[in-house]
Ligand binder design. Sequence first.
Ligand SMILES: C[S@@+](CC[C@H](N)C(=O)[O-])C[C@H]1O[C@@H](n2cnc3c(N)ncnc32)[C@H](O)[C@@H]1O
Length: 487
Amino acid sequence: MTSTIRSAAQADLPEDLTGVIAPETVTVEVGPMAHGGHCVARHEGRVIFVRHAIPGEIVVAQLTETGDKARYWRGDVVEIIRASEFRRSHQWKLADSLRAYHAGRQPIGGAEYGHIVLEHQRRLKAHVFRDTLSRIGKQTVEAGVSGLESDEPTGLHWRTRNAFAVTSSGRIAMHVHRSMTTIPVRNIPLAVSALDDLHLWDIDFTGADRVEVATPSTGDEALIIVIPSKDTAAQDARLNECMKRWKKQLSTYPESVSAVVALESEKLGGPIELTRLRGRTWVKEVVASAKYGSKTFRVSGPGFWQVHREAPATLVDAVMAAASPQPGEVLADLYAGAGLFSAFLADAVGEDGCVLSVEASVGASRDARRNLHSTPQAYVLNGRTDRVVGSWINRSEAPLNRGGLDGRSVDTVVLDPPRSGAGKAAVQRIHQLAPTKIVYVSCDPASFARDTRWLGELGWSLDSADVYDLYPDTHHMESVAVFTRAE
Ligand SMILES: C[S@@+](CC[C@H](N)C(=O)[O-])C[C@H]1O[C@@H](n2cnc3c(N)ncnc32)[C@H](O)[C@@H]1O
Protein backbone atom coordinates (compact mmCIF):
# COMPACT_ATOMS: atom_id res chain seq x y z
CA MET A 1 0.00 0.00 0.00
CA THR A 2 1.56 3.34 -1.11
CA SER A 3 1.37 6.33 1.18
CA THR A 4 3.15 9.69 1.14
CA ILE A 5 2.23 13.05 2.64
CA ARG A 6 2.71 16.43 0.92
CA SER A 7 1.50 20.01 0.95
CA ALA A 8 -1.30 21.50 -1.13
CA ALA A 9 1.22 23.43 -3.26
CA GLN A 10 3.03 20.20 -4.17
CA ALA A 11 -0.30 18.70 -5.22
CA ASP A 12 -0.71 21.53 -7.77
CA LEU A 13 -3.79 22.87 -6.09
CA PRO A 14 -4.76 26.54 -6.50
CA GLU A 15 -3.02 28.98 -4.15
CA ASP A 16 -6.31 30.25 -2.73
CA LEU A 17 -6.99 26.80 -1.31
CA THR A 18 -4.52 27.43 1.52
CA GLY A 19 -6.47 28.67 4.50
CA VAL A 20 -9.81 27.50 3.08
CA ILE A 21 -9.12 23.90 3.92
CA ALA A 22 -6.40 22.00 5.76
CA PRO A 23 -3.20 22.37 3.74
CA GLU A 24 -2.02 18.76 3.88
CA THR A 25 -2.58 16.00 1.40
CA VAL A 26 -1.62 12.34 1.54
CA THR A 27 -1.05 9.91 -1.30
CA VAL A 28 -2.57 6.56 -0.44
CA GLU A 29 -3.73 3.33 -2.00
CA VAL A 30 -7.30 2.98 -0.83
CA GLY A 31 -8.72 -0.23 0.57
CA PRO A 32 -12.32 -1.46 0.90
CA MET A 33 -15.47 0.65 0.92
CA ALA A 34 -16.92 1.05 4.41
CA HIS A 35 -20.39 1.96 5.68
CA GLY A 36 -20.87 5.74 5.37
CA GLY A 37 -19.50 6.22 1.83
CA HIS A 38 -15.75 6.30 2.43
CA CYS A 39 -12.90 3.93 1.58
CA VAL A 40 -10.53 2.82 4.28
CA ALA A 41 -6.87 3.75 3.74
CA ARG A 42 -3.83 3.64 6.01
CA HIS A 43 -1.04 6.13 6.39
CA GLU A 44 1.81 5.46 8.84
CA GLY A 45 -0.38 3.08 10.82
CA ARG A 46 -3.28 5.55 11.03
CA VAL A 47 -6.68 4.87 9.44
CA ILE A 48 -7.90 7.54 7.03
CA PHE A 49 -11.49 7.53 5.72
CA VAL A 50 -11.22 8.71 2.13
CA ARG A 51 -14.34 9.91 0.31
CA HIS A 52 -14.80 10.05 -3.47
CA ALA A 53 -12.37 7.15 -4.03
CA ILE A 54 -12.90 3.60 -5.32
CA PRO A 55 -11.25 0.57 -3.68
CA GLY A 56 -7.92 -0.22 -5.33
CA GLU A 57 -7.22 3.33 -6.52
CA ILE A 58 -4.09 5.31 -5.67
CA VAL A 59 -5.20 8.86 -4.90
CA VAL A 60 -4.08 12.14 -3.44
CA ALA A 61 -6.48 12.95 -0.61
CA GLN A 62 -6.94 16.38 0.92
CA LEU A 63 -7.13 15.88 4.68
CA THR A 64 -10.31 17.42 6.07
CA GLU A 65 -10.17 16.16 9.66
CA THR A 66 -6.89 15.42 11.42
CA GLY A 67 -5.38 15.63 14.89
CA ASP A 68 -2.86 13.64 16.88
CA LYS A 69 -5.54 12.33 19.21
CA ALA A 70 -8.15 11.63 16.50
CA ARG A 71 -8.98 7.94 16.11
CA TYR A 72 -9.37 8.39 12.36
CA TRP A 73 -8.44 11.07 9.91
CA ARG A 74 -10.72 11.97 7.04
CA GLY A 75 -9.97 13.17 3.54
CA ASP A 76 -11.43 13.87 0.09
CA VAL A 77 -9.84 12.79 -3.18
CA VAL A 78 -8.29 15.72 -5.08
CA GLU A 79 -6.18 13.85 -7.62
CA ILE A 80 -6.18 10.34 -9.07
CA ILE A 81 -2.79 8.67 -9.54
CA ARG A 82 -4.14 5.22 -10.53
CA ALA A 83 -7.82 5.19 -11.51
CA SER A 84 -10.23 2.29 -11.06
CA GLU A 85 -11.73 0.84 -14.23
CA PHE A 86 -15.12 1.62 -12.63
CA ARG A 87 -14.52 5.39 -12.37
CA ARG A 88 -16.60 7.70 -14.56
CA SER A 89 -16.95 11.45 -14.75
CA HIS A 90 -19.04 12.59 -11.75
CA GLN A 91 -22.74 13.05 -12.43
CA TRP A 92 -23.07 16.20 -10.30
CA LYS A 93 -20.52 19.00 -10.62
CA LEU A 94 -21.09 20.44 -7.13
CA ALA A 95 -20.67 17.02 -5.49
CA ASP A 96 -17.55 16.15 -7.51
CA SER A 97 -14.56 16.29 -5.21
CA LEU A 98 -12.03 16.71 -8.06
CA ARG A 99 -13.76 19.71 -9.64
CA ALA A 100 -14.69 21.22 -6.27
CA TYR A 101 -11.15 21.32 -4.83
CA HIS A 102 -9.71 22.59 -8.08
CA ALA A 103 -12.22 25.44 -7.86
CA GLY A 104 -11.07 26.14 -4.29
CA ARG A 105 -14.00 24.75 -2.32
CA GLN A 106 -15.27 21.47 -0.85
CA PRO A 107 -17.90 19.25 -2.51
CA ILE A 108 -21.46 19.17 -1.22
CA GLY A 109 -22.46 15.95 0.54
CA GLY A 110 -25.11 13.60 -0.73
CA ALA A 111 -23.83 12.08 -4.00
CA GLU A 112 -20.62 10.43 -2.84
CA TYR A 113 -20.94 7.51 -5.31
CA GLY A 114 -21.60 9.72 -8.38
CA HIS A 115 -18.13 8.99 -9.81
CA ILE A 116 -18.68 5.19 -9.87
CA VAL A 117 -20.49 3.24 -12.61
CA LEU A 118 -23.87 2.05 -11.35
CA GLU A 119 -23.10 -1.66 -11.58
CA HIS A 120 -20.01 -1.24 -9.39
CA GLN A 121 -21.89 0.99 -6.90
CA ARG A 122 -24.14 -2.02 -6.32
CA ARG A 123 -21.22 -4.40 -5.88
CA LEU A 124 -19.78 -2.02 -3.27
CA LYS A 125 -23.14 -1.74 -1.49
CA ALA A 126 -23.42 -5.55 -1.37
CA HIS A 127 -19.94 -5.69 0.14
CA VAL A 128 -20.74 -3.01 2.75
CA PHE A 129 -24.01 -4.72 3.71
CA ARG A 130 -22.47 -8.19 4.10
CA ASP A 131 -19.37 -6.85 5.87
CA THR A 132 -21.36 -4.71 8.34
CA LEU A 133 -23.73 -7.56 9.06
CA SER A 134 -20.90 -9.97 9.70
CA ARG A 135 -18.82 -7.57 11.87
CA ILE A 136 -21.63 -6.05 13.95
CA GLY A 137 -24.50 -8.48 13.47
CA LYS A 138 -22.45 -11.69 13.65
CA GLN A 139 -24.44 -13.07 10.71
CA THR A 140 -23.40 -14.27 7.27
CA VAL A 141 -25.86 -13.69 4.40
CA GLU A 142 -25.76 -14.04 0.64
CA ALA A 143 -27.20 -10.57 -0.03
CA GLY A 144 -26.73 -9.12 -3.53
CA VAL A 145 -28.11 -5.69 -4.45
CA SER A 146 -30.89 -5.22 -7.02
CA GLY A 147 -31.35 -1.93 -8.76
CA LEU A 148 -34.20 -0.43 -10.76
CA GLU A 149 -34.05 -0.53 -14.54
CA SER A 150 -35.27 3.05 -14.83
CA ASP A 151 -32.13 4.26 -13.00
CA GLU A 152 -29.78 2.97 -15.71
CA PRO A 153 -27.21 4.17 -16.57
CA THR A 154 -26.83 7.50 -14.73
CA GLY A 155 -28.66 6.93 -11.44
CA LEU A 156 -30.15 10.43 -11.69
CA HIS A 157 -33.66 11.94 -11.37
CA TRP A 158 -35.21 9.67 -8.74
CA ARG A 159 -35.66 11.75 -5.55
CA THR A 160 -39.23 12.91 -4.90
CA ARG A 161 -38.28 14.36 -1.50
CA ASN A 162 -35.49 16.94 -1.18
CA ALA A 163 -34.33 19.10 1.70
CA PHE A 164 -32.20 22.23 1.55
CA ALA A 165 -30.32 24.43 3.93
CA VAL A 166 -30.73 28.20 3.45
CA THR A 167 -27.74 30.55 3.08
CA SER A 168 -27.46 33.83 5.02
CA SER A 169 -28.67 35.58 1.84
CA GLY A 170 -31.77 33.36 1.67
CA ARG A 171 -30.76 31.00 -1.17
CA ILE A 172 -31.37 27.24 -1.14
CA ALA A 173 -28.15 25.37 -0.48
CA MET A 174 -26.64 22.06 0.54
CA HIS A 175 -24.11 21.28 3.25
CA VAL A 176 -20.54 20.17 2.78
CA HIS A 177 -20.18 16.67 4.33
CA ARG A 178 -19.89 16.86 8.17
CA SER A 179 -19.81 20.66 8.04
CA MET A 180 -22.11 23.62 8.59
CA THR A 181 -20.68 25.22 5.41
CA THR A 182 -23.46 25.69 2.86
CA ILE A 183 -23.09 25.89 -0.90
CA PRO A 184 -25.95 27.42 -2.94
CA VAL A 185 -27.43 25.00 -5.48
CA ARG A 186 -29.10 25.71 -8.81
CA ASN A 187 -30.14 22.32 -10.06
CA ILE A 188 -30.46 18.99 -8.33
CA PRO A 189 -29.62 16.11 -10.69
CA LEU A 190 -30.70 13.41 -8.20
CA ALA A 191 -34.20 14.89 -8.00
CA VAL A 192 -37.10 14.23 -10.34
CA SER A 193 -37.14 16.95 -13.00
CA ALA A 194 -40.27 18.57 -11.49
CA LEU A 195 -38.05 19.98 -8.75
CA ASP A 196 -35.80 21.93 -11.11
CA ASP A 197 -38.91 23.22 -12.91
CA LEU A 198 -39.72 25.18 -9.72
CA HIS A 199 -36.53 27.30 -9.99
CA LEU A 200 -36.46 27.53 -6.20
CA TRP A 201 -32.98 29.11 -6.36
CA ASP A 202 -34.70 32.34 -7.50
CA ILE A 203 -36.69 32.63 -4.23
CA ASP A 204 -35.40 34.60 -1.25
CA PHE A 205 -36.00 32.34 1.76
CA THR A 206 -34.34 34.69 4.27
CA GLY A 207 -35.72 33.88 7.74
CA ALA A 208 -35.93 30.15 7.00
CA ASP A 209 -33.66 27.46 8.37
CA ARG A 210 -34.63 24.75 5.89
CA VAL A 211 -36.80 24.22 2.84
CA GLU A 212 -38.19 20.78 2.03
CA VAL A 213 -39.94 19.94 -1.21
CA ALA A 214 -42.22 17.03 -2.09
CA THR A 215 -42.63 16.43 -5.83
CA PRO A 216 -44.76 13.25 -5.97
CA SER A 217 -44.10 10.53 -8.50
CA THR A 218 -47.37 11.38 -10.31
CA GLY A 219 -45.55 14.54 -11.47
CA ASP A 220 -48.62 16.75 -11.34
CA GLU A 221 -48.20 18.66 -8.06
CA ALA A 222 -45.63 19.92 -5.57
CA LEU A 223 -45.55 20.97 -1.92
CA ILE A 224 -42.92 23.43 -0.67
CA ILE A 225 -42.38 23.28 3.10
CA VAL A 226 -40.61 26.26 4.65
CA ILE A 227 -39.15 25.71 8.12
CA PRO A 228 -38.40 29.04 9.82
CA SER A 229 -35.20 29.49 11.82
CA LYS A 230 -35.55 29.40 15.62
CA ASP A 231 -34.99 33.19 15.72
CA THR A 232 -37.70 33.83 13.15
CA ALA A 233 -40.13 31.45 14.84
CA ALA A 234 -39.59 33.12 18.21
CA GLN A 235 -40.70 36.59 17.04
CA ASP A 236 -44.30 36.91 15.79
CA ALA A 237 -43.72 40.17 13.88
CA ARG A 238 -40.62 38.80 12.12
CA LEU A 239 -42.38 35.52 11.29
CA ASN A 240 -45.37 37.39 9.80
CA GLU A 241 -43.11 39.64 7.75
CA CYS A 242 -41.21 36.58 6.37
CA MET A 243 -44.41 34.66 5.65
CA LYS A 244 -45.78 37.64 3.68
CA ARG A 245 -42.58 37.83 1.62
CA TRP A 246 -42.48 34.05 0.96
CA LYS A 247 -46.17 34.04 0.01
CA LYS A 248 -45.72 36.93 -2.44
CA GLN A 249 -42.74 35.31 -4.15
CA LEU A 250 -44.47 31.91 -4.35
CA SER A 251 -47.64 33.47 -5.80
CA THR A 252 -46.32 33.22 -9.38
CA TYR A 253 -46.39 29.40 -9.36
CA PRO A 254 -49.15 27.42 -11.09
CA GLU A 255 -52.09 26.30 -8.91
CA SER A 256 -50.73 22.77 -8.62
CA VAL A 257 -47.89 24.05 -6.41
CA SER A 258 -48.75 24.29 -2.71
CA ALA A 259 -46.65 25.83 0.06
CA VAL A 260 -46.77 25.67 3.86
CA VAL A 261 -44.78 26.98 6.78
CA ALA A 262 -43.98 24.22 9.30
CA LEU A 263 -43.30 25.07 12.93
CA GLU A 264 -41.63 22.10 14.54
CA SER A 265 -42.32 20.72 17.96
CA GLU A 266 -39.26 19.99 20.10
CA LYS A 267 -40.29 16.47 21.00
CA LEU A 268 -40.39 13.32 18.85
CA GLY A 269 -43.86 12.78 17.53
CA GLY A 270 -45.02 16.20 18.77
CA PRO A 271 -47.44 17.92 16.42
CA ILE A 272 -45.99 20.03 13.63
CA GLU A 273 -48.03 23.17 13.07
CA LEU A 274 -48.63 23.77 9.36
CA THR A 275 -49.68 27.23 8.12
CA ARG A 276 -50.81 27.40 4.53
CA LEU A 277 -49.12 29.93 2.24
CA ARG A 278 -50.98 28.62 -0.82
CA GLY A 279 -52.87 25.53 -1.98
CA ARG A 280 -52.98 22.37 0.17
CA THR A 281 -50.99 21.15 3.16
CA TRP A 282 -50.54 17.66 1.67
CA VAL A 283 -49.72 15.80 -1.54
CA LYS A 284 -51.23 12.76 -3.19
CA GLU A 285 -49.05 9.73 -3.89
CA VAL A 286 -50.18 6.82 -6.06
CA VAL A 287 -48.52 3.45 -5.46
CA ALA A 288 -49.02 0.98 -8.30
CA SER A 289 -47.88 -2.58 -7.67
CA ALA A 290 -48.25 -4.95 -10.63
CA LYS A 291 -49.02 -7.78 -8.19
CA TYR A 292 -50.97 -6.12 -5.35
CA GLY A 293 -52.85 -3.34 -7.15
CA SER A 294 -52.88 0.41 -6.97
CA LYS A 295 -53.58 2.64 -3.95
CA THR A 296 -53.66 6.37 -3.32
CA PHE A 297 -52.12 7.97 -0.22
CA ARG A 298 -52.24 11.40 1.29
CA VAL A 299 -48.96 12.62 2.83
CA SER A 300 -49.05 15.88 4.82
CA GLY A 301 -46.33 18.51 5.09
CA PRO A 302 -42.97 17.02 6.03
CA GLY A 303 -44.48 13.58 6.74
CA PHE A 304 -42.27 10.61 5.84
CA TRP A 305 -42.52 9.10 2.36
CA GLN A 306 -40.00 6.80 0.64
CA VAL A 307 -37.81 9.11 -1.46
CA HIS A 308 -37.17 7.17 -4.67
CA ARG A 309 -40.09 7.55 -7.11
CA GLU A 310 -40.32 3.73 -7.41
CA ALA A 311 -39.42 2.87 -3.81
CA PRO A 312 -42.97 2.61 -2.42
CA ALA A 313 -44.09 -0.02 -4.99
CA THR A 314 -40.73 -1.86 -4.83
CA LEU A 315 -40.88 -2.11 -1.03
CA VAL A 316 -44.58 -3.02 -0.96
CA ASP A 317 -43.79 -5.96 -3.29
CA ALA A 318 -40.80 -6.96 -1.14
CA VAL A 319 -42.67 -6.70 2.18
CA MET A 320 -45.72 -8.56 0.88
CA ALA A 321 -43.51 -11.37 -0.44
CA ALA A 322 -41.54 -11.53 2.82
CA ALA A 323 -44.54 -11.30 5.20
CA SER A 324 -46.79 -13.51 3.05
CA PRO A 325 -49.92 -12.31 4.94
CA GLN A 326 -52.82 -14.82 5.04
CA PRO A 327 -56.56 -14.18 5.46
CA GLY A 328 -57.48 -13.93 9.16
CA GLU A 329 -53.93 -13.22 10.41
CA VAL A 330 -52.94 -10.45 12.81
CA LEU A 331 -50.01 -8.31 11.64
CA ALA A 332 -48.23 -5.44 13.34
CA ASP A 333 -46.82 -2.75 11.03
CA LEU A 334 -44.42 -0.83 13.29
CA TYR A 335 -43.01 2.59 12.30
CA ALA A 336 -45.83 2.66 9.76
CA GLY A 337 -45.71 6.30 8.55
CA ALA A 338 -48.75 7.20 6.46
CA GLY A 339 -49.76 3.53 6.28
CA LEU A 340 -47.98 2.43 3.08
CA PHE A 341 -47.44 -1.23 4.05
CA SER A 342 -50.51 -1.39 6.33
CA ALA A 343 -52.85 -0.63 3.40
CA PHE A 344 -51.62 -3.55 1.29
CA LEU A 345 -51.29 -5.91 4.29
CA ALA A 346 -54.88 -5.09 5.32
CA ASP A 347 -56.22 -6.18 1.91
CA ALA A 348 -54.39 -9.49 2.27
CA VAL A 349 -55.56 -10.38 5.81
CA GLY A 350 -59.13 -9.43 4.90
CA GLU A 351 -61.94 -8.51 7.27
CA ASP A 352 -61.32 -11.52 9.54
CA GLY A 353 -57.74 -10.42 10.06
CA CYS A 354 -56.24 -7.31 11.57
CA VAL A 355 -53.35 -4.91 10.89
CA LEU A 356 -52.04 -2.81 13.77
CA SER A 357 -50.37 0.26 12.27
CA VAL A 358 -48.10 1.93 14.84
CA GLU A 359 -46.55 5.36 14.24
CA ALA A 360 -45.08 8.00 16.59
CA SER A 361 -45.75 11.12 14.53
CA VAL A 362 -49.16 12.71 15.12
CA GLY A 363 -49.35 14.10 11.57
CA ALA A 364 -48.39 10.79 9.91
CA SER A 365 -50.93 8.91 12.08
CA ARG A 366 -53.62 11.38 11.00
CA ASP A 367 -52.72 10.69 7.35
CA ALA A 368 -52.68 6.93 8.05
CA ARG A 369 -56.25 7.12 9.46
CA ARG A 370 -57.41 8.74 6.24
CA ASN A 371 -55.38 6.39 4.03
CA LEU A 372 -56.72 3.28 5.84
CA HIS A 373 -60.29 4.53 6.07
CA SER A 374 -61.67 1.94 3.64
CA THR A 375 -60.07 -1.03 5.45
CA PRO A 376 -61.69 -1.25 8.93
CA GLN A 377 -59.41 -4.21 9.78
CA ALA A 378 -56.48 -1.72 9.94
CA TYR A 379 -56.12 0.11 13.29
CA VAL A 380 -53.89 3.18 13.54
CA LEU A 381 -52.16 3.51 16.91
CA ASN A 382 -50.25 6.71 17.54
CA GLY A 383 -47.32 6.25 19.91
CA ARG A 384 -43.78 5.02 20.25
CA THR A 385 -43.23 1.42 19.19
CA ASP A 386 -41.70 0.24 22.49
CA ARG A 387 -44.60 1.72 24.47
CA VAL A 388 -47.41 0.49 22.20
CA VAL A 389 -45.96 -3.02 21.95
CA GLY A 390 -45.27 -2.98 25.70
CA SER A 391 -48.93 -2.23 26.30
CA TRP A 392 -49.98 -5.17 24.07
CA ILE A 393 -47.80 -7.47 26.14
CA ASN A 394 -48.96 -6.19 29.53
CA ARG A 395 -52.64 -5.82 28.66
CA SER A 396 -53.15 -8.33 25.86
CA GLU A 397 -56.79 -8.99 26.79
CA ALA A 398 -57.76 -5.29 26.63
CA PRO A 399 -59.66 -4.06 23.53
CA LEU A 400 -57.58 -2.85 20.56
CA ASN A 401 -58.56 0.77 21.13
CA ARG A 402 -57.50 0.53 24.80
CA GLY A 403 -53.93 -0.58 24.14
CA GLY A 404 -54.55 -4.34 24.14
CA LEU A 405 -54.79 -7.13 21.56
CA ASP A 406 -58.35 -8.22 22.32
CA GLY A 407 -56.95 -11.59 23.39
CA ARG A 408 -55.38 -12.29 19.99
CA SER A 409 -51.74 -12.94 19.21
CA VAL A 410 -49.63 -11.28 16.52
CA ASP A 411 -48.60 -13.62 13.68
CA THR A 412 -46.09 -11.39 11.89
CA VAL A 413 -44.31 -8.15 12.81
CA VAL A 414 -43.20 -5.80 10.03
CA LEU A 415 -40.91 -3.00 11.19
CA ASP A 416 -39.39 -0.13 9.23
CA PRO A 417 -37.63 2.09 11.77
CA PRO A 418 -35.79 5.35 11.01
CA ARG A 419 -32.04 5.37 10.33
CA SER A 420 -31.20 4.91 14.02
CA GLY A 421 -32.87 1.48 13.99
CA ALA A 422 -35.37 0.01 16.44
CA GLY A 423 -33.09 -0.08 19.51
CA LYS A 424 -32.87 -2.54 22.37
CA ALA A 425 -36.17 -1.72 24.10
CA ALA A 426 -38.22 -2.12 20.91
CA VAL A 427 -36.34 -5.31 19.90
CA GLN A 428 -37.02 -6.84 23.33
CA ARG A 429 -40.71 -5.91 23.18
CA ILE A 430 -41.07 -7.38 19.68
CA HIS A 431 -39.45 -10.60 20.92
CA GLN A 432 -41.83 -10.74 23.91
CA LEU A 433 -44.74 -10.40 21.50
CA ALA A 434 -43.68 -13.84 20.18
CA PRO A 435 -44.69 -13.53 16.51
CA THR A 436 -43.81 -16.40 14.18
CA LYS A 437 -41.99 -14.10 11.78
CA ILE A 438 -40.32 -10.67 11.78
CA VAL A 439 -39.88 -8.70 8.56
CA TYR A 440 -37.32 -5.94 9.11
CA VAL A 441 -37.09 -3.10 6.53
CA SER A 442 -33.98 -0.98 7.04
CA CYS A 443 -32.25 1.99 5.41
CA ASP A 444 -29.09 1.66 7.50
CA PRO A 445 -26.89 -1.46 7.54
CA ALA A 446 -25.17 -0.49 10.82
CA SER A 447 -28.29 -0.06 12.97
CA PHE A 448 -29.84 -3.08 11.24
CA ALA A 449 -26.74 -5.16 12.07
CA ARG A 450 -26.87 -4.02 15.72
CA ASP A 451 -30.58 -4.94 16.01
CA THR A 452 -29.84 -8.24 14.21
CA ARG A 453 -27.25 -9.09 16.88
CA TRP A 454 -29.79 -8.44 19.63
CA LEU A 455 -32.42 -10.50 17.82
CA GLY A 456 -29.82 -13.27 17.47
CA GLU A 457 -29.10 -13.17 21.20
CA LEU A 458 -32.85 -13.56 21.83
CA GLY A 459 -32.98 -16.68 19.65
CA TRP A 460 -34.01 -15.27 16.24
CA SER A 461 -32.26 -16.40 13.09
CA LEU A 462 -31.86 -14.33 9.95
CA ASP A 463 -33.41 -16.39 7.13
CA SER A 464 -32.91 -13.99 4.22
CA ALA A 465 -31.93 -10.42 3.41
CA ASP A 466 -32.48 -8.65 0.11
CA VAL A 467 -30.85 -5.32 -0.60
CA TYR A 468 -32.38 -2.72 -2.95
CA ASP A 469 -30.47 0.14 -4.54
CA LEU A 470 -33.13 2.80 -3.98
CA TYR A 471 -30.57 5.62 -3.58
CA PRO A 472 -28.31 5.49 -6.65
CA ASP A 473 -25.20 7.71 -6.74
CA THR A 474 -25.21 7.81 -2.91
CA HIS A 475 -23.88 5.24 -0.43
CA HIS A 476 -27.36 4.53 0.96
CA MET A 477 -29.30 1.29 0.49
CA GLU A 478 -32.53 -0.35 1.67
CA SER A 479 -32.85 -3.93 2.89
CA VAL A 480 -35.74 -6.27 3.62
CA ALA A 481 -34.89 -9.16 5.94
CA VAL A 482 -36.86 -12.07 7.37
CA PHE A 483 -36.24 -13.51 10.85
CA THR A 484 -37.81 -16.62 12.31
CA ARG A 485 -37.31 -18.20 15.70
CA ALA A 486 -34.38 -20.62 15.75
CA GLU A 487 -35.52 -24.17 16.57
C1 LIG B 1 -38.49 4.83 7.67
S1 LIG B 1 -40.03 5.55 8.07
C2 LIG B 1 -41.10 4.27 7.53
C3 LIG B 1 -42.53 4.65 7.23
C4 LIG B 1 -43.35 3.66 6.42
N1 LIG B 1 -43.08 2.27 6.73
C5 LIG B 1 -43.20 3.91 4.93
O1 LIG B 1 -42.52 3.10 4.27
O2 LIG B 1 -43.72 4.90 4.42
C6 LIG B 1 -40.01 5.48 9.80
C7 LIG B 1 -41.24 6.02 10.49
O3 LIG B 1 -41.09 5.76 11.90
C8 LIG B 1 -41.61 6.85 12.64
N2 LIG B 1 -40.98 6.75 13.98
C9 LIG B 1 -39.78 7.23 14.40
N3 LIG B 1 -39.53 6.81 15.66
C10 LIG B 1 -40.60 6.04 16.05
C11 LIG B 1 -40.90 5.30 17.22
N4 LIG B 1 -40.08 5.27 18.27
N5 LIG B 1 -42.06 4.60 17.25
C12 LIG B 1 -42.92 4.61 16.18
N6 LIG B 1 -42.67 5.32 15.05
C13 LIG B 1 -41.53 6.00 14.97
C14 LIG B 1 -41.26 8.07 11.81
O4 LIG B 1 -42.14 9.13 12.12
C15 LIG B 1 -41.46 7.52 10.38
O5 LIG B 1 -42.78 7.74 9.94
